[in-house]
Design a protein around this ligand. Structure first.
Ligand SMILES: C[S@@+](CC[C@H](N)C(=O)[O-])C[C@H]1O[C@@H](n2cnc3c(N)ncnc32)[C@H](O)[C@@H]1O
Length: 248
């Protein structure tokens, strides 16, 4: 993608790579039953890793934190070290399209806002291969929350994520791929704002000054500002859904 370096410069300064919050991560984890004392966990597309650290705090497990952007993994490991969690968080710089783990080797696969990158359905299939029997796949995924969405929002999704579905559409997909759905819930609006769009707005203002005569950079920041505006205008119509699934 053109201007990718500016996109990364923007995102490397943000607490999260997408909507989320620790309370929701805890809530989703609370639905997992009969886990081993030290579950083996894979966090796909961990980004700067706030949810990875939260999982390390609440699970007692070992977590492979996988992302293909090294600066995110570096930041995660600095933060893990500060909390004495370094031994239980193992960074792995690899594309999620080339996962090379042994089949049936994870108790939990976690992915907040990232599984769609490999195609949500393909991600469900691939994770099922990697999970042990009765293992859990826990993800957040963008969903439509109301029918008849306004035209400008439809055009936005047609461009950004034409595969977006409503909650029921995703549930059907999940069940067809051979999972039991343990629970699902919508992220609160605060998890879009507090650690994602608010810091993003602030960072965009700083970077616009830094790159005030750089058209490629400004185009990237404008695209992100448009996305924030879309959320501000239409946040009743879409959201992020946590899906907590169990392999049969
Ligand atoms: C929307 S962000 C979510 C980050 C994090 N889970 C969070 O909620 O803060 C998506 C993440 O996927 C990573 N990513 C993108 N393409 C990838 C790929 N092919 N393989 C592995 N990670 C990828 C990005 O670097 C980014 O950190």
């Amino acid at each position: 993608m053109k201007g990718m370096e500016y996109f990364y410069e923007l995102f490397t300064g943000l607490p999260r790579g997408g909507p989320g919050d620790n309370v929701s991560t805890q809530k989703a984890f609370g639905y997992l039953k009969n886990l081993p004392p030290k579950p083996r966990i894979l966090d796909i597309g961990c980004g700067p890793g706030l949810q990875t650290l939260e999982l390390a705090r609440i699970s007692k497990g070992n977590i492979i934190a996988l992302d293909n952007h090294q600066p995110f993994l570096d930041r995660l490991m600095q933060n893990a070290a500060k909390e004495g969690l370094r031994k239980r968080v193992i960074p792995k710089n690899q594309s999620m399209l080339e996962l090379d783990f042994k089949e049936s080797s994870f108790d939990i696969i976690w992915s907040e806002g990232a599984l769609y990158i490999m195609g949500f359905q393909h991600g469900l299939k691939r994770c099922k291969q990697l999970l042990k029997k009765k293992g859990y796949l826990v993800v957040t995924e963008a969903v439509l929350l109301l029918p008849n969405i306004p035209k400008p929002l439809q055009s936005f999704w047609d461009k950004e994520y034409p595969d977006i579905k409503d909650v029921n559409g995703n549930i059907i997909l999940i069940q067809n791929e051979g999972y039991d759905l343990a629970a699902h819930f919508t992220l609160p609006k605060s998890s879009w704002i507090d650690e994602y769009y608010s810091p993003m707005e602030k960072r965009i203002q700083e970077l616009k000054k830094k790159y005030d005569d750089n058209t490629a950079a400004l185009q990237v920041f404008e695209k992100c500002e448009k996305e924030i505006k879309i959320y501000q205008t239409y946040s009743d119509f879409f959201g992020y859904e946590f899906f907590i699934m169990q392999k049969k």
